[in-house]
Design a protein around this ligand. Structure first.
Ligand code: NM2
Length: 522
């Protein structure tokens, strides 16, 4: 691909808003972050409820779609067989959507809720323990995966049923774009997609890097420093450049898959070496608390006591899943030829949830056990030394902690390089004109987006840490709430339109040709 293939109407505006977001932070970290915090506050104050309603709407919409007559609509011709076996398809779905951020949050999320619980509970009380062990399952459960799943459907429908060779988010919204994906509104959608993804992946970086840094420091008995952080960023960028310049894309993909097995092995190790019975019974308890309170948690705005919990956590998390959802949608669409709407919905919402729940149950409850039994003062470490040190202290409380620390550093490092590679690839594709599905974007173009992600991550790390990160994620997610709704409406329009054009009821076709909808006119 030559430089002339850059879509200037997408590339420059996207780069410009990333610069507008980060330059003030670099110029004046304190004031820059405070300004971001203000915007964040205004958004969550005024739009907080919108996020909560949007997520529930996504869950209800997908439930309806999966079990409606459209659930059997197949992505491809009636005789199209799925490209990948179901187990590897499920594994790919999970690996694509979950990266370094799970290695971070599954160990420590509970501690924030334990010390500052929701619903007016007293810090470190029995109720706080219940919420602490449960909220992680909520923020990484089926509501979150419903957001991930939503864009995959219109993108895949456009690709395999309408047979349009585009995976752009704007193309997935064409059903509601009067002037098509090439209109200014279409370009704006792609610009906002880029903006959101850089915020979402920047956040994964802003958390993952300090975690590796802390683990490496603990392994070698040093204290974590900016120099170590910078060395690690350089190593990561080098891995990225080597893979991009020497065409090691397949190698990196294989490495990312192996990484999942490594993470699985570490989970089994922690399950067995940690408090096995507590993990299982506390998880069981938490599932009960979640099912009992699902709607309460889903609609919790804390409108009178105003503890700030929903804004700081639930809305931040929904925003984060929103920012990464279209990227996930593109990937899922590409690997889901031959699957049905219902299969994708169930695979993501049930399969994805189970994957996250296993990690949260094992790592989170191990930390909680250490805290409650005074083996490691996790919450004190969180308060005095920060989240990374607290996560590492949990590993240090396990037998063979050196191996566990080495494993978590390698796992997070590989997660981050794979994320850098695949998100910069997607960003470069979206910011290019008429790239066919298999055409590779220019290496320099990928490098620009990889650097943009790193710069955003750096700005978060060296300004307000978690607060800056939450602000950036929330700010970058706003347009995506509307865009995701547009893509869902677009899908329903297409489904109805195509059903009419066939002049046959889809469920009637379902009996004869496996639910595939064929457009007579395309
Ligand atoms: N989510 C899952 O690399 C990553 O971990 C990004 C973050 C949306 C919270 C995904």
């Amino acid at each position: 691909m030559k430089s002339s293939n850059i879509d200037k109407a997408i590339f420059w505006p996207a780069l410009a808003i990333v610069a507008i977001l980060t330059i003030p932070i670099f110029l004046n970290p304190k004031q820059g972050t405070a300004a971001l915090g203000k915007i964040h506050h205004v958004i969550t104050e005024s739009l907080g409820s919108v996020y909560l309603w949007a997520v529930i709407a996504a869950v209800v919409f997908l439930l309806w779609l999966a079990f409606s007559k459209y659930g059997n609509v197949k992505f491809g011709d009636p005789d199209t067989k799925p490209e990948f076996s179901t187990p590897s398809w499920l594994a790919m779905l999970f690996t694509a959507g979950i990266g370094a951020s799970i290695t971070y949050w599954c160990g420590i999320e509970w501690a924030y809720y334990y010390t500052a619980p929701p619903f007016g509970a007293e810090a470190k009380s029995m109720q706080a323990i219940d919420w602490a062990a449960t909220y992680g399952l909520f923020h990484w459960g089926f509501s979150a995966w419903a957001l991930y799943c939503l864009p995959a459907l219109p993108i895949a429908y456009n690709l395999y049923v309408r047979k349009k060779p585009s995976v752009q988010l704007s193309a997935a919204c064409e059903g509601v774009l009067k002037k098509g994906a090439d209109s200014w509104l279409g370009k704006a959608i792609d610009v906002f997609f880029i903006f959101g993804l850089i915020g979402g992946m920047g956040a994964a970086f802003g958390l993952g890097l300090p975690l590796i840094s802390e683990a490496v420091a603990a392994l070698f008995g040093m204290t974590r420093s900016i120099t170590l952080d910078i060395i690690l960023i350089i190593i990561l960028t080098l891995i990225f450049c080597i893979s991009a310049y020497f065409g090691l894309k397949k190698g990196l993909k294989r490495l990312a898959n192996m990484n999942m097995y490594l993470f699985l092995a570490l989970s089994v190790f922690v399950l067995l070496a940690g408090p096995t019975l507590f993990i299982i019974s506390r998880f069981t308890d938490s599932v009960g608390v979640l099912l009992q309170n699902f709607f309460r948690m889903s609609f919790y705005t804390d409108s009178v006591a105003k503890s700030g919990f929903p804004e700081a956590w639930t809305i931040f998390y929904w925003a984060w899943w929103f920012t990464c959802a279209p990227y996930m949608g593109i990937f899922v669409a590409k690997i889901s030829k031959g699957r049905t709407i219902k299969q994708i919905i169930l695979a993501e919402c049930i399969g994805g949830t189970i994957g996250c729940w296993v990690a949260f149950a094992i790592f989170g409850n191990t930390g909680l056990y250490m805290e409650l039994n005074k083996i490691v003062p996790v919450s004190d470490i969180l308060e005095t030394k920060g989240a990374e040190a607290a996560i590492i202290s949990i590993y240090q409380g396990l037998p063979m902690s050196g191996i566990a620390l080495l494993a978590i550093s390698i796992i997070t490092l590989i997660f981050l390089s794979a994320t850098l590679d695949s998100s910069s690839y997607t960003l470069a594709n979206v910011a290019s004109r008429k790239v066919s599905l298999d055409e590779e974007p220019a290496r320099w173009h990928k490098l620009v987006w990889a650097l943009a992600i790193e710069v955003v991550a750096f700005s978060m790390m060296f300004s307000g840490g978690l607060h800056a990160l939450q602000s950036v994620v929330v700010i970058t997610s706003v347009p995506l709430v509307l865009i995701m709704a547009m893509s869902a409406i677009s899908l329903v329009r297409w489904l109805k339109e195509d059903e009419e054009k066939n002049r046959v009821h889809i469920s009637d076709i379902g009996a004869t040709n496996n639910g595939h909808v064929e457009r007579l006119t395309s």
